[in-house]
Design a protein around this ligand. Sequence first.
Ligand code: NAD
Length: 252
Amino acid sequence: SAIPRVALVTGTTSGIGEAVVKHFCELGYQVLAVDFNPAGEAVAQAAGAAFFQADLTDPEACRAAVAEANKRFGGVDILVNNAGIQHVSSIEEFPEDKWRQIIDLMLTAPFLLTQAVWPNMRECGWGRVINIASVHAQVASPGKAAYISAKHGIIGLTKTAALEGGEQGITANAICPAYVKTPLVDNQIADQAKLNGMEEQEVIEKIMLKNAAVKRLIEPSEVAGMVAFLASDAAGAVTGSSWNIDLGWTAQ
Ligand code: NAD
């Protein structure tokens, strides 16, 4: 049987990243889970993955994460750029340090990680770069200038990687989910409830699902399923594309 694929996944202590690690481990892939939260070690171990602690806003830590995967597993076949944070504030009030932190984590780190895994993928003639973008890579909402700029930016990075990787067997794609049931969204629901004096259920229905045709939050496992398809041999003709899982949000 073939040598198992090696995947490096970022932002794996909870939510979408945790679900991706679990799904990849179930497929028999060798996985390096990368997160700055030390609690990620136990989460990775439970799934059967290795763990590397790194604050991905630090360029050296990005390169060290790939070096660790190379040392342990001999090279990365599949890179999933998933780590992300949110900060809600008007442009007028937006703190410059928050802007930089979000761009560093959600745009510069994916670039540096892609750059670092590229030589091995090129030599193997096979590679997969999968960027977890957002419906906010396609449309905007007020108060999320840095997040939306980083997410729109990563679509550009995805398209460029797809063009450069085309003749090398490397594909690059983005996934654009609407609201997924994760701690990142739980915090936003709590904040919005306080801000608007609403019950949490009301926030979900009136704010989060305002533009949704399918009136429910997305499960992390539903995103992981799409990641697994894009990572597979079957998806070799799919590149440079953005895959919406947005409950119909952008259909209107
Ligand atoms: P989450 O908060 O559950 O997970 C984010 C992970 O990133 C955590 O494990 C966190 O520790 C890690 N992380 C944060 N800062 C880091 C840093 N500096 N270095 C390394 N790791 C760091 O969130 P999630 O909802 O699972 O989000 C994952 C991705 O999916 C993000 O890019 C997010 O923008 C995107 N996304 C989420 C939703 C949603 O509704 N939850 C929708 C669309 C896109």
